[in-house]
Design a protein. Structure first.
Length: 242
């Protein structure tokens, strides 16, 4: 028996390409242009998979009929139909506009000690937003007062969105789309006599950790307050010894 993946090899390859783009989105989450480029590539690739699948099944009528209801179900979902429209816009009209929301956090170990909203513009990196935050702390005692202390370190948390998916992070949306398309491909493979595809994505990083970028406590105190925590700790230790 031939490999059950072979008849839809190009569809599976495009789906695996989507997997790669997902990790590019994760790795570049705090860099707006790189994140958007990876998102654009993911949307174009994921929208192509059902069309490729239909073409792959032109000579496999029985399988095509068997998975047709699942194909229609996928295409009818709000998530996939929206991404397909976005794909057409990206390809034929212009650039995808995304929005960004953010907050500043004081982290004590892995726990959030305090969190408060701080605008992170869609065109700026998290590093740039962090520099703005430090400047605010230098000039505003209230902001500095609710910022990191000797037991906590600073962090920027952000999320990417589009109006069509309000209050949903785009990385989460993309992973869900990848899984939905994977379910269609998995059903097709099983129709050819193969085992279901692995859709667990064990290589995915914790979404909350992806959205969070942590910074040095020592650098924050030195840059904002002019205090060297290492020097302060050294003097305190010397005083104890004496």
């Amino acid at each position: 028996m031939s490999c059950p993946h072979q008849p839809i090899e190009s569809s599976l390859d495009r789906w695996h390409e989507c997997h790669w783009h997902l990790h590019q989105m994760e790795g570049n989450y705090h860099e707006p242009d790189a994140f958007r480029y990876a998102l654009n590539s993911f949307i174009r690739a994921i929208a192509d998979v059902p069309e490729l699948l239909i073409k792959n099944l032109e000579r496999h009528e029985s399988v095509r009929r068997a998975i047709k209801p699942k194909l229609k179900e996928l295409q009818a979902t709000t998530l996939f139909s929206t991404l397909r429209l976005k794909r057409n816009f990206i390809v034929h009209q212009g650039m995808l506009e995304v929005d960004s929301q953010g907050s500043v956090r004081a982290m004590e170990g892995t726990k959030v000690k305090i969190s408060f909203p701080f605008r992170v513009e869609p065109w700026e990196s998290s590093d740039e937003a962090y520099e703005r935050y430090k400047q605010v702390c230098r000039t505003d005692k209230f902001w500095r007062g609710i910022g990191p202390d000797c037991d906590s370190s600073p962090a920027i948390w952000r999320t990417w969105m589009i109006p069509q998916f309000p209050n949903r992070d785009l990385l989460d949306v993309a992973f869900e789309a990848w899984k939905l398309v994977g379910e269609l491909l998995s059903a097709t493979v099983t129709e050819f006599g193969g085992d279901p595809l692995n859709l667990t994505m064990p290589c995915r990083h914790d979404p909350e950790l992806v959205r969070l970028k942590r910074y040095s406590q020592r650098e924050f105190f030195l840059s904002v307050d002019g205090i060297d925590l290492d020097e302060k700790a050294r003097k305190w230790q010397e005083g104890r010894v004496k």
